[in-house]
Design a protein around this ligand. Structure first.
Ligand code: NAG
Ligand code: NAG
Ligand code: NAG
Ligand code: NAG
Ligand code: NAG
Ligand code: NAG
Ligand code: NAG
Ligand code: NAG
Length: 573
């Protein structure tokens, strides 16, 4: 393929004063898909240049016949693409905590952003592609500023958008509407990176995908799709893996059918004609769809159903089995692909902070206020049975065992913490361990590296609901500012301590070292030995105590990975 850069600093063109004030200038390059105008700025007291190319389309706008369909490549553009400003986020409801606001939302959102450090040389840099989280409902690549990660690690950073909620994951599981459009978007973006990143000083043979929460589910799911071989080589799954119950939707068809009915796009079981339903759904405006979603409340995760309504599905195309099945089958192609990738998997120590988002209406209904605590009766009589109904076949013995394991008498604060701990262990920590065990198991062939971390540092930017006085620990998403944007928090009047800045530098070094070599270790950094099933070594990411430890929460992990499956096995309802 033709490369031919015509790099030209367009200082001859108009340079805006505001750009100069910000220490940034336009910068135009040629690429195989067309010319584009980005921005160059210097960071780290003028020692490092970072070039950014924003809002590059990788797929056609998924509207009309492309709504609820696989994405199509955008291809070449005419003229000079303006890549100086961030684009729209994908359609999503307002963030329940009003913490993020987007300049614009659009179905035409399938674009990516590229951050290139230092210079364009013939020597290629490792590439890190970020897949954002937000329960497959919220978020955007544009929220993650890759400038400082690129600068610090001398890597190319790419952030992408993919379709969210109903637009990304509506599924009737029929040939015509299988679902998983959001995952297909991610895969097309990775194909784009593979085909084009050399034009941005990136090395297509050294690609790391990393993501957090639903982004962690995503990178972990993409690692179980053998047809992705060659698209990426290393994976960092932060606070989310494929074999958690939250990564897939099991009732997608029900939700999709209810939604269609509410919009007057009714499925007729006699004719079994999904085409009509789909055409009807495609004819609805975004506003019409949102109105109905609000009535159903299906866009929000109820704290009692604990299922993400529109999420990836077993579609018989990308996936034939649940991830837990694929990971435990030593002869599956999926496991072989998974093990061919270097992997870091880790968590924050109180991922269950997510549960604090329980709505005031629900708290009222069960007669308590989360700011003063979560009562044991609610936990054992309502919350656990709801989980067991959804994920453990309504097995009463399982309910009883979970209640016994996590109940605390005569200490309401500790009981409240144990409720969040249960959520943390069930949905995050124990799936992390089953993924780590599958990845590092030496009974099947493996030449790649496995690492585990646990983040338990204070964070300058706690995510989600306000923290009650009884709350302890590092909540879900606590590590994100350390990788993206901690340098800019003072603009938002958020204090960052010296220790937090130092930890951010260390984490960026660990992450980018891993992206370059598959090993995060390096001089001046804490030693991070590999994970193996017997020692179970992990790195504790805590600035005051940066050290490797062993067997995080071994007893609780045994409870979820052995005790509960044994009860299920011997006590079928
Ligand atoms: C930038 O300069 C200031 C003041 O000299 C110094 O404190 C700071 O450490 C420098 N930052 C970097 C990234 O070099
Ligand atoms: C978020 O903002 C909307 C509109 O301003 C308001 O109605 C809503 O109550 C706010 N929600 C929270 C949790 O503050
Ligand atoms: C380009 O950047 C690399 C660091 O990535 C540096 O080693 C090299 O000297 C730079 N080359 C030029 C010509 O500035
Ligand atoms: C991204 O980060 C860089 C370095 O901190 C900063 O100069 C720039 O303004 C940030 N961009 C956005 C869109 O926040
Ligand atoms: C969807 O259909 C495929 C192929 O017919 C099948 O393998 C898969 O189990 C179905 N998934 C669900 C969730 O029903
Ligand atoms: C819980 O208590 C806090 C603090 O007193 C109050 O602000 C909040 O509105 C209460 N929530 C509910 C659901 O009653
Ligand atoms: C470091 O962390 C470990 C494990 O969390 C803990 O046992 C130890 O007391 C900590 N040490 C210090 C100095 O805080
Ligand atoms: C690059 C590097 O320093 N790698 C080391 C990371 O730490 C492990 C465990 O101490 C060593 O085995 C690696 O050689």
């Amino acid at each position: 393929m033709q490369r031919g850069f015509q790099i030209s600093l367009s200082i001859a063109a108009v340079v805006f004063l505001s750009d100069l004030a910000l220490g940034q200038q336009p910068y135009t390059i040629g690429s195989r898909l067309g010319d584009l105008k980005g921005t160059v700025k210097t960071v780290n007291n003028g020692t490092t240049k970072v070039f950014s190319f924003l809002n590059i389309p990788y797929a056609k706008a998924p509207v009309g016949a492309l709504r609820f369909a696989k994405p199509e490549p955008y291809g070449r553009w005419e003229g000079v693409l303006d890549a100086t400003k961030l684009g729209s986020a994908c359609i999503q409801p307002p963030d329940p905590f009003n913490k993020t606001t987007f300049k614009s939302l659009s179905e035409d959102c399938l674009h990516l952003n590229i951050y290139v450090p230092n210079n364009f040389t013939s020597e290629k840099r490792s590439v890190m592609v970020w897949i954002h989280g937000g329960a497959y409902i919220y978020g955007s690549g544009t929220l993650y500023n890759g400038t400082m990660l690129a600068a610090q690690g001398d890597v190319v950073v790419v952030t992408i958008n993919y379709r969210l909620g109903i637009f990304g994951f509506l599924s009737y599981n029929e040939t015509i509407a299988r679902g998983n459009y959001g995952l297909w978007d991610q895969m097309l973006a990775l194909k784009w990176v593979q085909d084009n990143i050399e034009d941005y000083s990136g090395d297509p043979s050294s690609i790391t995908i990393f993501g957090e929460s639903a982004g962690g589910f995503s990178v972990s799911l993409l690692s179980l799709i053998p047809r992705n071989k060659g698209l990426f080589h290393r994976v960092i799954a932060e606070s989310g893996v494929s074999d958690t119950f939250l990564s897939l939707s099991q009732h997608a068809k029900l939700t999709a059918t209810a939604l269609g009915d509410a919009l007057g796009c009714v499925y007729d079981p006699l004719t079994r004609n999904f085409k009509t339903v789909l055409y009807c759904l495609r004819s609805k405006s975004v506003d019409e769809i949102f109105k109905v979603l609000n009535i159903f409340g299906t866009y929000f995760i109820s704290s009692l159903t604990i299922e993400i309504p529109f999420a990836p599905v077993i579609d018989g195309d990308l996936f034939n089995e649940f991830p837990s099945k694929l990971l435990s089958n030593p002869s599956s192609d999926e496991l072989a692909f998974f093990k061919s990738l270097d992997m870091i998997i880790g968590n924050c120590n109180m991922e269950g902070s997510l549960y604090l988002a329980m709505t005031p209406e629900e708290q009222d209904r069960y007669g308590f206020n989360i700011s003063t605590g979560i009562p044991q009766e609610f936990f054992c009589d309502n919350f656990i049975p709801a989980i067991v109904r959804t994920y453990f076949d309504s097995n009463a013995k399982v309910s009883k065992a979970i209640c016994e394991e996590y109940k605390v008498n005569n200490d309401p604060d500790e009981q409240s913490r144990q409720v969040l701990q249960m959520y943390t262990d069930l949905f995050f920590i124990s799936p992390t361990f089953s993924s780590l065990f599958a990845h590092s198991n030496s009974k099947t062939y493996k030449t790649t590296n496995t690492f585990q971390y646990l983040f338990n540092n204070k964070t300058p930017l706690p995510y989600g609901a306000p923290r009650p006085a009884w709350y302890r620990g590092s909540g879900h998403a606590s590590e994100l500012p350390f990788l993206f944007g901690i340098e800019d928090l003072h603009y938002r009047h958020i204090d960052v301590t010296e220790d937090e800045f130092k930890l951010a530098l260390i984490m960026k070094d660990l992450w980018t070292n891993f992206a370059k070599t598959g090993d995060p270790n390096g001089s001046g950094l804490p030693k991070w030995p590999q994970f193996d099933p017997s020692m179970q070594t992990y790195l504790q990411l805590n600035y005051a105590n940066l050290t490797s430890l062993n067997k995080y929460e071994a007893e609780r992990t045994k409870f979820w990975l052995n005790t509960i499956p044994n009860i299920m096995h011997t006590n079928q309802n």
